[in-house]
Every structure is written in structure tokens, then in C-alpha cells.
Design a protein. Structure first.
Length: 169
């Protein structure tokens, strides 16, 4: 019981101050030892570990910079390649449209020649050719082009079709 009574008489402020003074003293001793080892050129395990961590941080920073540069280069190459692909797609699309226009023009003109030569043509052939002309006009309009060659052929086809309908054939 005496021990408990003795504990109640302890001045906790002095104990607290003593603990802080001991910690400050230990910190001063450690700092002094670090300074001495640094001045003597000695390397402790703790200093070596700290140096290795610093070197690792610098290496990681350099690698990250190189990676960012490579990423920027790759993005630039990818953008250039996308532009090239887009240009190729536009070129192929234009080639396809030109081919479609030429094919339709040839088919309409060929049918007009057939009709003007007096070769026999059925009603479905006329309808097909008229429908082909409508598609032809639509493609020209969508692409901002003008019809200059097929109009005369369509006049021949329309006149022959009207004549065929009048004759009931």
C-alpha cells in the first residue's frame, strides 16, 4: 500500500519534463553521431539506406520522364497515322463514288443506245433504268456534282418508255 501512496506523490510535470529532456538529448547525440560519421566519411546502415532510397527516387524520376516523352511521341505518331488513315478512307470513298457514278452513267447510256437502235426492251428494263437514273442524280447531288452526260440519254429513254406505254407493249 505504501507503494501506491508513493505513486500519488510523484510530480508528473517533472517526469514529463525529464522525458522530453531525455528525448531531446538523444536526438542531439544522434545528430552529433551523424555529423561525426559524415565528417569521417563513414557510412552507417541507416545512411546507406537513406542514400539508396534517394538514388532510387532519382532513377524513378528519370524513368518517369523518359516514359512521358515516349508516350508523347507515341501519341503524336498515332495522331499522324489516324490522319493518314482518314485521308486514305476519304480517297477510297471518292474512288468508290466515282466508280459508282461511272457505272451508272455507262449503264444508262448503254440502255439509251440500245433503245435508240430499236432493240427490244421490256417494261422492267425501263423501270430499272429510270430507278438507276434517280440513284445517279441523288449521288451527284450528295457530292455536289452536276449531270452533263446522261440527260440526253434519259430523254431518249423516257420518250421510248412513253411510246411503249402508249402502244401497250
Amino acid at each position: 500500500m505504501n507503494e501506491i501512496i508513493e505513486l500519488t506523490r510523484i510530480d508528473f510535470l517533472q517526469v514529463f519534463i525529464a522525458v522530453i529532456a531525455i528525448l531531446i538529448g538523444m536526438k542531439a547525440v544522434v545528430t552529433l553521431l551523424e555529423w561525426v560519421t559524415d565528417q569521417l566519411g563513414l557510412e552507417t546502415k541507416w545512411i546507406r539506406q537513406k542514400r539508396e532510397e534517394h538514388e532510387l527516387l532519382i532513377t524513378t524520376s528519370k524513368n518517369l520522364t523518359a516514359l512521358q516523352e515516349q508516350h508523347s511521341y507515341d501519341v503524336e505518331r498515332s495522331d499522324r497515322r489516324d490522319d493518314e488513315i482518314s485521308a486514305d478512307i476519304r480517297k477510297l470513298t471518292q474512288m468508290f463514288i466515282d466508280k459508282e457514278i461511272d457505272d451508272m452513267r455507262w449503264e444508262i447510256n448503254n440502255f439509251a443506245t440500245k433503245v435508240s437502235d430499236g432493240q427490244p426492251c421490256n417494261k422492267d428494263s425501263f423501270k430499272h433504268c429510270i430507278h438507276m437514273y434517280e440513284k445517279y442524280e441523288k449521288i451527284l447531288e450528295e457530292n455536289g456534282l452536276e449531270n452533263g452526260e446522261v440527260e440526253i440519254s434519259m430523254e431518249i429513254i423516257n420518250e421510248a418508255y412513253k411510246q411503249k406505254l402508249k402502244e401497250g407493249g
